[in-house]
Write a protein of this length. Structure first.
Lengths: 114, 115
């Protein structure tokens, strides 16, 4: 079964600084990878996804992630943090063998300091 | 507007008093699921449904029931709630099951407190 590890339950950056949220996965077959964002008192919203093809995936709000098979990673980045990026971010993995089992990481809470 | 609607958003109740959390989607999605979110554990799947009258257990089904009599609705039932079911619950739907590349659409969550 696949699984996801998010390194760092809390990340704090200054406004304008690079955002890097780490996600490593395990899967015995090619994975589908997702990043979701959760703002306070809201559900999860899809930021971006990787299925096949180009390994650098661009999402909403200036975020992007790169699928690196050799490192089993799918880290989320944004060149310049905004105050509005403060939220909790979840990495998730599924695959065509998953029997409808999408696995989520424990989440990373991003704080943006003025 | 495409959405997943959960009700209630907040509920405080007592041990043993049956409760139902409703979930409805207007996107004609086949697949629906329930998750619970607990600090440090991320989201864990409770039950999912591939289509009408087809449901199956997720990772943490104990103490929960579901039904899928109509495509748009997928209620979560706690027959005899206990304090360890205090959590934040999310309903989600997608066009097909998660063994595809379709993302899930989430409701805004239901915060349950069982005293």
């Amino acid at each position: 079964a696949q699984s996801v590890t998010q390194l760092g339950s809390h990340v704090s950056v200054s406004e304008g600084a690079l955002v890097l949220l780490r996600c490593n996965y395990s899967s015995s077959v090619p994975p589908y990878l997702f990043w979701y964002v959760q703002y306070p008192n809201q559900g999860l919203q899809l930021l971006l996804k990787y299925t096949t093809g180009a390994t650098l995936v661009k999402g909403i709000n200036g975020f992007e992630a790169e699928f690196k098979k050799s490192e089993t990673s799918f880290h989320l980045t944004k060149p310049s943090a905004h105050m509005s990026d403060a939220a909790e971010y979840f990495c998730a993995v599924s695959d065509f063998d998953s029997n409808n089992d999408m696995r989520f990481g424990a989440g990373t809470r991003l704080t943006v300091k003025p | 507007e495409a959405q997943v609607t959960q009700n209630p958003r907040y509920l405080i109740t007592v041990t043993g008093k049956k409760l139902t959390v409703t979930c409805s989607q207007n996107m004609n999605h086949e697949y629906m699921s329930w998750y619970r979110q607990d600090p440090g554990l991320g989201l864990r799947q409770i039950y999912y449904s591939m289509n009408v009258e087809v449901t199956d257990k997720g990772d943490v089904p104990e103490g929960y029931k579901v039904s899928r009599k109509e495509k748009r609705n997928f209620p979560l039932i706690l027959e005899s709630p206990s304090p360890n079911q205090t959590s934040l619950y999310f309903c989600a739907s997608s066009l097909r099951g998660t063994d595809s590349n379709q993302p899930q659409h989430f409701g805004d969550g239901t915060r349950l407190s069982i005293l």
